[in-house]
Write a protein that binds this ligand. Structure first.
Ligand code: TXA
Ligand code: MG
Length: 318
């Protein structure tokens, strides 16, 4: 693991101020949010946004989330509906992304990859908030991983992915939630669940009513089946371990015989499991096992989003 990089800095006041300067100058800064680490650039600068795509090796049709410090800054970028405003008031700052019609001409068109909507989020993470204020411009940031790999929840994950090819990595320890934001779009006033994530569906539905599934009209281009893929194969709903397998456990009853075991949550807590998911997948993947057996995680609360990520990670590679 590379952690002695010149561009890897503890996210203190000086490093965050430097991050703001780099963003304004068109550079790339990886920074922690409460969900996962993001790879940020000035969302109003086409060249800066293009260098995110280049660094990630991301398909150009996959649009990015624009991060802003508060609702007022979001209102300058997109047109809110009454329901969107209600959701923003309830959940921002936080792990909810809203996809709304683009308003300003000031944003890079590359950010939304040709769509007439923009995904916006006000993150609650303290470092993300301070970086946004230091940069004084909206920050486009996908998860700070190479396209198709698991999202980083530690600065060292970002360092593994990008080394010194990006300008700065701000280190603030583990991302507290560990799962990407939940993404909601709108078909008129009908809210549509575009991506399961760190904000549980039940909590959003208390305010928005039942969330529709993505249909023909509105989809999330990034939700390709092959996402979040470790190198090892994943065997889901495992209740035992086969020879040579690594084990991703959940709960108190853990089968024996794995070459290495990580437990998402020994107490069976889905929130703890979400926070551990990506870091543990990476650990087990780097153990060299060809297969990772994954114990069942119940479909309640954040379990729904965890299972979504696990199914994607287990899907056959194309
Ligand atoms: O928690 C998060 O959301 C993290 C942190 C860094 O904020 N970011 C993140 O970004 O997960 P990314 O790029 O890995 O995922 C963004 C998702 C993609 O699936 C993309 O297709 C979708 O957001 N998206 C972005 N703009 C969209 C739009 N205008 N319409 C529909 N989907 C959009
Ligand atoms: Mg991502």
């Amino acid at each position: 693991m590379q952690t002695d990089l010149a561009n890897l800095r503890t996210a203190d006041a000086a490093a965050i101020a430097r991050g703001g300067e780099i963003i304004r100058a068109g550079g790339l800064v990886a920074f922690p949010t409460e969900t996962v680490y993001g790879l940020g650039a000035d969302a109003t600068n086409d060249h800066a946004v293009a260098s995110i795509f280049a660094a990630k090796g991301r398909p150009q049709f996959n649009p990015l989330i624009v991060h802003v410090p508060d609702i007022a800054a979001a209102e300058a970028i997109v047109n809110f509906t009454p329901l969107a405003r209600k959701l923003a008031a309830a959940f921002w700052p936080g792990a909810l992304t809203l996809v709304l019609p683009r308003k300003t001409q000031n944003l890079s068109l590359l950010v939304s990859a040709g769509l007439d909507t923009v995904a916006v989020r006000v993150p609650s993470g303290a470092v993300a908030q301070r970086l946004l204020r230091a940069a004084a411009t909206p920050i486009a940031a996908p998860s700070a991983n190479v396209s198709g790999r698991t999202s980083p929840t530690l600065a060292s994950h970002v360092a593994e992915e990008f080394g010194e090819t990006i300008d700065l990595i701000l280190d603030d320890g583990a991302a507290t939630l560990g799962l990407e934001s939940t993404i909601i779009g709108f078909d008129g006033e009908q809210p549509v669940l575009l991506r399961l994530g760190a904000m549980a569906r039940e909590d959003i539905e208390k305010i928005a009513g039942t969330l529709a599934a993505p249909g023909a009209k509105i989809t999330s281009p990034g939700q390709l089946v092959n996402h979040y893929a470790p190198r090892a194969a994943l065997r889901l709903n495992a209740r035992d371990v086969k020879p040579g397998e690594a084990l991703l456990a959940f709960g108190a009853h853990v089968p024996e015989g794995a070459r290495v075991t990580s437990n998402l949550s020994a107490t069976g807590d889905e929130k703890e499991a979400a926070a551990n998911l990506f870091a543990m997948l990476r650990e087990l993947d780097s153990s060299g096992a060809q297969s990772i057996a994954v114990m069942p995680v119940p479909e309640r609360g954040l379990g729904e989003a965890i299972n979504d990520r696990l199914r994607r990670a287990a899907a056959p590679r194309t």
